[in-house]
Design a protein around this ligand. Structure first.
Ligand SMILES: [Zn+2]
Length: 281
């Protein structure tokens, strides 16, 4: 049986500046890349270029996936305490983009979400309620989406975050209680210090989407898979074993590669995609 896991990359229009999408993609497609993931955040740099780039990606024959806005000023805080309308107005046009693509392409598309975060100090109870109610609204309002709730990173100075431990993410998924909700396993976020977390079957069975990136010795994450810190091979094998259907997205931050030559970046990307593709084939 061939695997139904595809290999993706979180794209930003910056990556194709000074070149074309086709030229940028050529060596990466050869290495196994077949999906691009887009943030849905109208406050991000070059936002006006995102939708044209989605069109171009589809025209090039690749698939697409989405990451819902999570940076300020976007927030889920207050959804159940007076800000419901405001928050829905903020997210509705952004999520509609993903919904429209799902309808147009005739199959449900994944959208990754982070649970609510708030400046410390803040009680976790209301954050849980905001996250659950908001995602229930998303499920009901956008029936063509697949909601992937991501395990958050730990690095949270002066921030209260939900859904860092797998158990907490699973509890949120259970509370949302909708067949369109699963988990985005961010493998890089599971590396805290030197010991990776234990991976339970309950977790693996709920995964519908993956983010993978490497972590350096200072705990800085979102590098290509060149540091050997994240046991992604072993973890992807677990997903393959349960016939996970979905996309494994190499999720990078461009600033981690500042000072690298274009050649070095391209080969680090291609090697990362080839390494993922080999594991999920
Ligand atoms: Zn992620």
């Amino acid at each position: 049986m061939t695997s139904e896991i595809r290999v993706g990359f979180n794209i930003h229009p910056r990556w194709v500046q000074g070149t074309t999408l086709r030229t940028f993609l050529a060596p990466l497609r050869k290495a196994g890349l077949s999906v691009l993931e887009f943030e849905l955040d109208n406050h991000i740099n070059q936002w006006e270029e995102f939708e044209p780039l989605m069109e171009a990606t589809i025209n090039e024959g690749l698939g697409i996936s989405f990451h819902a806005a999570y940076r300020a000023p976007h927030t889920l805080v207050g959804y159940t305490t007076g800000k419901q309308q405001e928050i829905e107005q903020d997210y509705r046009p952004l999520l509609q983009i993903a919904e429209n693509w799902s309808i147009r392409l005739g199959n449900p598309h994944p959208v990754v979400f982070h649970a609510a975060t708030a400046p410390a100090p803040h009680d976790k109870g209301p954050l849980i309620e905001d996250t659950v109610a908001f995602l229930q609204w998303v499920c009901n309002e956008f029936s063509h989406l697949r909601i992937a709730l991501e395990n958050n990173s730990v690095d949270a100075k002066n921030t209260v975050k939900l859904g860092i431990a797998h158990h907490d993410v699973l509890t949120l998924v259970e509370k949302i209680d909708h067949p369109h909700v699963g988990v985005c396993w961010d493998m890089g976020h599971d590396i805290h210090g030197n010991s990776p977390v234990a991976i339970e079957p309950e977790w693996v069975n709920k995964v519908i989407h993956v983010h993978v990136h490497d972590v350096d010795n200072d705990g800085l994450d979102h590098y290509p898979l060149v540091l050997g810190k994240v046991p992604y091979k072993e973890w992807l094998a677990k997903l393959k074993a349960v016939n996970m259907k979905g996309v494994v997205v190499l999720e990078l931050k461009g600033e981690r590669m500042k000072g690298w030559s274009v050649e070095r970046i391209t080969s680090a990307l291609a090697e990362s995609f080839a390494a993922i593709a080999k594991e999920v084939a």
